[in-house]
Design a binder for this molecule. Structure first.
Ligand code: AMP
Ligand code: MG
Length: 394
């Protein structure tokens, strides 16, 4: 049995980022840039008005103490203006090009407009409400750095430069296999027979992974029969990541680990000093594919998803910060049940306070629904109300 921090080190040491690929920007949100991207254009690409108003030349107005001007043209966004006639102004729309000879925009709200003339009712400031060409970005300069995680703003920024494809680190395909004679798939009209339970684990994992936009392959359910399991396991080992739930513990019919061993999978660890999820298994195939073996209890599966599987996937996707965000919080109530391993206690974190959720057994999902963090409770420590505790946001 290894500790949680040893398990983390093994993940960090054995999982490498996937090779980069060309990706359309529409499909790139959440991916990590594999190469720097430089700007193709100045941004803004031309001097433009930030507001609806009137473009004019300020210096002359101030020196001549003029506050009444004729409107000599109207400039729409997208149209090319004529140079500004001296001593006049141009009615201009937001986003339209500033005409040559103008340097400032006065807001529509700050003038009185009458019969093709405006009277300015406010002091002017040179260059106000003008967005200068290249003020934000100059053509050729760095737009986004290699290693950047592409969020919506980054995708929009790329689009603003006319860049529609980028080089990003790939995402792993994941196959999910549930095991157990007692497990059936929920479906419309399906009902449980005497000893059966519905498969929660496939859904927990597929839902979690859908947030990372991975390709998930549903390998179905394998019964606890070595032959059936072997053929299903051989199949899922072809995916970059295989996740197998159930059958990885020490029960008489827990064949998964032996079969993985027979299939030539190298064990990186099995059994972590934690609750839930003690029998967690991680292995690697000769081709470098990963296999997670998870205990069957659904809360253990959800915990391992947050604590290990998502971080491992993020590592493959080139993320630098892969572990759940960690904070110190004050415990709102004591955790007074006995622990013999480090426990991930489901909790609700708010404003620096962590409230433990009492329904914390590994088969229980109902309380987990409310959780937004896991509180780390060590076996040797006592956890009275007010104690500072480490929480992992999930
Ligand atoms: P195991 O790890 O196979 O010993 O299973 C541990 C517990 O988890 C047992 O009570 C199983 O019935 C339950 N279990 C296993 N697989 C699933 C699943 N896919 N969905 C819900 N519960 C499961
Ligand atoms: Mg089982």
């Amino acid at each position: 049995m290894i500790t949680i921090s040893e398990a983390r080190k093994i993940i960090e040491a054995n999982i490498l980022p996937l090779p980069p690929a060309t990706v359309k920007i529409e499909e790139a949100c959440g991916l990590v840039l594999a190469a720097n991207v430089n700007a193709r254009y100045d941004s803004p690409p031309f001097d433009k008005s930030a507001m609806d108003g009137f473009a004019l030349q300020v210096d002359k107005l101030i020196s001549c103490q003029v506050n009444k001007l004729q409107i000599s043209q109207i400039i729409k966004a997208g149209s090319v203006p004529k140079p500004l006639e001296a001593g006049t102004c141009a009615k201009i729309m937001t986003g339209a090009m500033i005409p040559a000879g103008a340097d400032t925009v006065v807001l529509k709200e700050d003038v009185v407009e009458e019969n093709d003339f405006i009277t300015i009712t406010r002091d002017l400031k040179k260059e106000e409400f003008v967005r200068i060409r290249g003020a934000e970005v100059k053509a050729g300069e760095r737009l986004l750095d290699e290693g950047a995680i592409l969020n919506s703003a980054a995708i929009g920024l790329l689009a603003s430069q006319g860049i529609v494809e980028i080089n990003a680190i790939g995402t792993p395909g994941v196959a999910i296999l549930s095991t157990g004679d007692e497990i059936i798939r929920p479906s419309k009209g399906a009902s449980l027979k005497q000893t059966q339970i519905f498969d929660s684990n496939y859904y927990i994992l597929a839902a979690g992974l859908s947030l990372l936009k991975l390709q998930v392959k549903d390998a179905g359910i394998a019964h606890d029969d070595a032959g059936v399991l072997r053929s299903k396991i051989t199949e899922v080992l072809n995916s970059k990541i295989a996740i197998i739930t159930g059958g990885v513990s020490v029960g008489e019919f827990d064949h998964v680990k032996n079969i993985l061993n027979e299939c030539g999978v190298k064990e990186l660890f099995w059994s972590v000093a934690q609750k839930p999820g003690k029998p967690l298994y991680l292995g690697i195939t000769e081709a470098g594919n990963l296999v997670f073996g998870l205990p069957g209890n659904p809360a253990a599966v959800a915990t391992c998803l947050y604590e290990y599987i998502t971080p491992a996937i993020k590592k493959m996707m080139g993320y630098k910060n892969i572990w759940p965000r960690e904070l110190i919080a004050k415990l709102s109530q004591p955790i007074n049940w006995k622990r013999d391993r480090t426990e991930f206690v489901r909790g609700i974190y708010k404003d620096g306070v962590a409230e433990p959720i009492p329904e914390n057994e590994s088969h229980m999902l109902k309380g987990f629904v409310r959780a937004n963090c896991l509180i780390i409770a060590e076996p040797s420590e006592s956890y009275e109300a007010g104690k500072p505790v480490t929480v992992h946001l999930i």
